[in-house]
Ligand binder design. Structure first.
Ligand SMILES: [Fe+2]
Ligand SMILES: [Fe+2]
Length: 202
């Protein structure tokens, strides 16, 4: 394995819980495979994959406190749901603690939870690798996404966003006080209209 990746892996092993570390390796490997398939930079995909959850194993209040301390912008929804901030804080750590300067890698880490409209190829790869990696437990719709992700990346991203919104809406209906980040909605609308256009052309 590449030396930089090896070093990152060793550091993250000490920081993350075992479960999160195994998930991280799964995202790293899946992202590398997707990069091979779609002609993206394999090393960048692996680095973004290995670092994407580097701020995940912190308590909500600490994530919030550290974002304030480092002057990371927070939306109202993020402030009420600090777990949403682990992408932004993770990108900060990737830059400051792990020396990552590439803005595409940093953006892939920032937007891996919510997605965003018009994602770069690397952003889409990390977003979907996080959703489908082999260690993820089987949830409704996951096998369909795994079936198409190596043929139609945008459709897989759309399906993952749709699934996420369905899940969040169910949580809201059950009174579990989950809010939907606007970025997820915007990303969903963007990829939905892309799929519609594609269907109209066929
Ligand atoms: Fe995450
Ligand atoms: Fe993750």
């Amino acid at each position: 394995m590449d030396q930089q990746l090896n070093e990152l892996q060793e550091k993250l092993k000490d920081i993350l819980t075992e479960k999160r570390f195994l998930h991280t390796l799964g995202v790293c490997h899946t992202a590398a495979c997707l990069a091979m398939c779609y002609g993206a930079d394999i090393k960048k995909a692996s680095i973004a994959g290995i670092l994407h959850d580097c701020a995940k194993c912190l308590p909500d209040e600490e994530i919030k406190r550290r974002c304030k301390e480092y002057q990371i912008d927070m939306t109202d929804v993020e402030e009420r749901n600090p777990y949403l901030l682990h992408g932004k804080l993770g990108a900060y750590y990737a830059k400051i603690n792990y020396g990552i300067k590439d803005s595409d890698i940093l953006n892939a880490i920032i937007y891996h939870t919510t997605g965003r409209p018009n994602m770069s190829l690397l952003e889409k790869i990390i977003f979907i690798a996080d959703y489908i990696e082999a260690g993820r437990k089987e949830i409704s719709g996951l096998s369909e996404i795994r079936n198409i992700v190596f043929h139609d990346l945008d459709k897989a991203v759309y399906m993952a966003l749709e699934n996420t919104l369905k899940y969040l809406n169910k949580q809201i209906a059950n009174g579990q006080h989950k809010e939907i980040d606007k970025m997820t909605l915007n990303a969903y609308e963007y990829y939905k209209s892309g799929i519609m256009e594609q269907q109209n052309e066929e």
